[in-house]
Design a protein around this ligand. Structure first.
Ligand SMILES: Nc1nc2c(ncn2[C@@H]2O[C@H](COP(=O)(O)OP(=O)(O)O)[C@@H](O)[C@H]2O)c(=O)[nH]1
Ligand SMILES: [Mg+2]
Length: 372
């Protein structure tokens, strides 16, 4: 079963209450439902994550909309079409020769894959071609999809909610990356899964930013802590304290957009992080960076800079429906492979502005979408 995130019970408390029936799904939306199961949820997508021992969650009241996922997949394919066609053109020839590898190198670089990931992919591909004794360029395309899926696999990891209560999630990124929208969408999924969510409007600079978050809070009937012109660290502190006092499952702090080059704003972000840690031991449990997939190699630069400043635990890559070239995920994966703390997982990707356009990242699907 597909799940939008994973819900875990905190280590201490006794057995979870009996399974509640899945909440009604809104009939119109085709979104795969957020998980609607009790705290012991261990339902997992079939792909690379090791199977968990817990029994699968009770079947949702509505059938799992596998077609919803495939509908979404076609949007992803559509979004990545430009890159895809650039890559697939390489395989329209009749021979596997050096020219093919050279063209492929150029196409991968063109797709924002970056040099280290491109070189790694090509080396891996040559090995695979040899091992498979492939003779047709079309077969090489399939082998590239496999190589890419393997490179991306470490980025695929579910967001786990509930190991701490509240689970505190801090969200950062440059202006317009899609932070507030992604928080809104995520909130919807969490609320649908009966998680009690509290939003912190830690983007205190712009009234519009607060209002935008408040709209999402209203729409999902979740609480929000906001303060006009206040100090973002103070707002975050208050929100975490309120989340604890009110027994919330999740607190999500939306921060103002900032460029990694704006040193004082990066200091402010560090301060927000430190302040959240003072409000609750072990918090923030997740520090997410939202990156616009259109920013190409600059996305990787952002990931590195924000990681150096606040220690990222996850990514949301948005706008893969636009002119995004997709290869940047390979660049992020390659960088992550050498990162001391391990790769920074991509919890979600966005392929549009609608609610169902935020989805979990699946390495194999993504590789296939890119090369379809
Ligand atoms: N096409 C597309 N637009 C998106 C996506 N995610 C967010 N947006 C749009 O990007 C714009 C900026 O989003 P916002 O959440 O306000 O960015 P923030 O400044 O990082 O909070 C809005 O118009 C969103 O609707 C996506 O995945 N695809
Ligand atoms: Mg915002």
């Amino acid at each position: 079963m597909f799940s939008f995130f994973r819900k875990k019970s905190p280590p201490a408390p006794p057995a979870a209450p009996p399974a509640a029936p899945a909440p009604p799904q809104p009939p119109a939306t085709t979104q795969a439902p957020a998980v609607a199961v009790p705290a012991s949820l261990e339902a997992e997508r079939p792909a690379p994550a090791p199977a968990t021992s817990a029994a699968p969650a009770p079947a949702p009241a509505t059938p799992e909309p596998a077609e919803a996922r495939s509908g979404w997949l076609s949007r992803l394919k559509q979004g990545l079409r430009r890159t895809g066609s650039g890559l697939t053109l390489v395989f329209t020839g009749t021979r596997i020769d050096e020219a093919l590898y050279e063209e492929l190198e150029a196409a991968l670089l063109q797709a924002d894959t970056g040099l280290p990931a491109t070189e790694a992919l090509l080396a891996d591909l040559r090995r695979r071609v040899k091992a498979a004794k492939a003779t047709e360029p079309a077969a090489v395309k399939g082998l590239l999809a496999e190589a890419l899926a393997e490179l991306l696999a470490p980025l695929q990891k579910p967001l786990v909610i509930g190991e701490a209560r509240p689970t505190v999630i801090m969200v950062a990124g440059v202006n317009g990356a899609g932070k507030t929208t992604s928080i809104g969408k995520l909130t919807r999924h969490l609320a649908q899964a009966d998680c009690k969510v509290l939003l912190a409007a830690a983007d205190t600079f712009r009234a519009a930013a607060r209002e935008q978050l408040a709209v999402w809070a209203d729409r999902n009937r979740v609480e929000i802590v906001a303060q006009q012109g206040g100090d973002p660290a103070a707002v975050s502190f208050d929100a975490v304290a309120a989340g604890r006092a009110r027994g919330c499952d999740v607190v999500i702090a939306d921060t103002a957009g900032r460029l990694p080059t704006q040193a004082h704003l990066m200091e402010e972000l560090k301060k927000i992080r430190r302040t959240i840690a003072k409000a609750q031991d072990g918090a923030p449990h997740e520090v997410l960076l939202v990156v616009d997939g259109n920013t190409g190699q600059n996305a990787l630069a952002q990931v590195k800079a924000f990681d150096a400043a606040v220690g990222l635990t996850g990514l949301i890559v948005t706008k893969l429906d636009g002119t995004a070239k997709g290869g940047v995920l390979a660049a992020i994966a390659r960088w992550g492979a050498g990162r001391a703390g391990g790769p920074v997982p991509v919890y979600f990707i966005g392929v549009g502005e609608k609610l169902e356009d935020l989805q979990t990242f699946d390495a194999r699907e993504f590789a296939q979408a890119l090369l379809s």
